[in-house]
Ligand binder design. Structure first.
Ligand SMILES: Nc1ncnc2c1ncn2[C@@H]1O[C@H](COP(=O)(O)OP(=O)(O)OP(=O)(O)O)[C@@H](O)[C@H]1O
Ligand SMILES: [Mg+2]
Length: 402
């Protein structure tokens, strides 16, 4: 549980590039690792890339606890450590990340699909940072996104005043990425209208964007080496089935699955919750049993069965790792803000309801059935599950009631 509060760098009045924002970008958070990997990287890089494919994968998946070192031929700039253990950021298959990297060095875009909260966006951000040095070129796909978001728009006052000219052009992140030879991320591509999505077809195959309003060379932008697209799509929302076949052919699809190993998921939830809390100036130790109960409950409700082989009715809500991180951090924060609160497990059912009860009233019944099944059975042999079972009444009360 959260034990004590320490002053954050922000509270101490220190200024660092990340101290005045709630969540710094990956390039800021991992600046040292990126600088180090670039310095030691003597392997061939695809044109326009900041790191070689092997080092991109090292950055994302980590170096398995071993320190990366500079080869004898490389002289490190002053100020950089001689060796560095690169942290695991994406917990998942290294082979999947390697395939993503291979795709991005080729002529197709990369489409990351999967259930919500499986780290698709995070993976896209890490790929962009490792390959292009920045993750800021991003289009957020929404139902209201127009062609301008994918291609270009105009500064209309300048356009009316002086006619179409390069200065009046407002480039989209896609156009900027083409000009600079960088990766552009398109989040939730399938939420955009099909005609807006299809604006990417010619761009991906010809690697060129025509601007008919401008004359001569300025009327066509050729993508520089290094340009490519990383898109994400959520299988719960508007499906990829609505993407046109022509656009699908221009992407390689990779499915990002929830974390397979329970221990890895517990460790990720712990470490992410700790860092979420430290970003707000709280130093927290998370109770190991709480984490185990939380992650086991999430996995059972997500998978529809337990490790003992009991079946579980799945709620309509998404039981993602990202939601588990949020609950772990919220319980630790509650313990830090209200020190009289000594039993973190007693807070779990209430927070669980907050995740499960979103838009389907039957989900409360499903949660109660989980309590009457697996939780009750486990309570017969385990004191912590017994404590969970005793909290069943929390699930019955209306969270909005008196
Ligand atoms: N396999 C994983 N490795 C590392 N972190 C993970 C993993 N799965 C989930 N997370 C955690 O979940 C958070 C949310 O992930 P992210 O927002 O990238 O998911 P997403 O798949 O894009 O979700 P959505 O479909 O809702 O947009 C991450 O910041 C991380 O803390
Ligand atoms: Mg996302």
């Amino acid at each position: 549980m959260a034990k004590k509060k320490t002053a954050s760098p922000r509270a101490r009045g220190e200024s660092s590039p990340s101290s005045d924002v709630q969540l710094a970008s990956a390039e800021v958070r991992y600046a040292q690792e990126l600088e180090f990997l670039r310095a030691i990287d003597d392997a061939a890089r695809p044109p326009g890339w900041m790191l070689s494919p092997v080092r991109v994968v090292d950055f994302i998946c980590g170096t398995r606890g071993e320190a990366a070192r500079a080869p004898a031929s490389v002289k490190l700039p002053a100020g950089l450590p001689k060796s560095l253990v690169i942290a695991t950021k994406f917990v998942g298959s290294r082979a999947l990340v390697e395939r993503c990297v291979v795709t991005l060095a080729g002529e197709r875009g990369l489409m990351l699909v999967g259930q919500p909260g499986t780290a698709k966006s995070m993976l896209g951000e890490l790929l962009a940072v490792a390959i292009s040095g920045s993750s800021g070129l991003t289009v957020q796909g929404t139902a209201g996104a127009s062609e301008d978001h994918m291609r270009y728009g105009w500064n209309y006052s300048m356009l009316l005043d002086r006619g179409p000219r390069p200065e009046a052009l407002v480039p989209s992140p896609v156009l900027t990425a083409m000009r600079e030879g960088k990766l552009v991320r398109i989040e939730e591509l399938t939420r955009c209208l099909p005609e807006v999505q299809d604006g990417l077809i010619s761009l991906l195959s010809e690697r060129r964007l025509m601007i008919p309003e401008l004359d001569g060379e300025e009327g066509s932008v050729f993508a520089r080496p290094g340009f490519n697209i990383v898109a994400t799509a959520n299988l719960r929302d508007r499906g990829v089935s609505e993407m046109s076949a022509a656009l699908k052919r221009r992407f390689n699809f990779e499915t990002v699955h929830p974390i397979a190993d329970p221990q890895q998921e517990i460790e990720l939830v712990r470490s992410r919750a700790v860092s979420v809390l430290s970003e707000t100036g709280l130093t927290a130790e998370l109770d190991a049993r709480l984490l185990e109960l939380l992650v086991t409950t999430f996995r059972d409700l997500r998978d529809g069965n337990t490790s003992e082989g009991w079946s579980v009715e799945r709620p309509a809500s998404v039981m993602s790792t990202a939601e588990a991180v949020t609950i772990a951090a919220a319980i630790a924060r509650q313990g830090a803000f209200f020190p009289a609160q000594r039993d973190p497990i007693s807070l779990l059912p209430g927070h669980l309801l907050g995740v499960v009860l979103k838009d389907n009233v039957e989900d409360r019944e499903r949660l109660l059935a989980y309590w009457d099944g697996p939780v009750r059975r486990r309570s017969e042999n385990d004191a912590h599950w017994k404590r969970m079972y005793e909290l069943r009444n929390v699930l019955e009360e209306s969270p909005t009631g008196p």
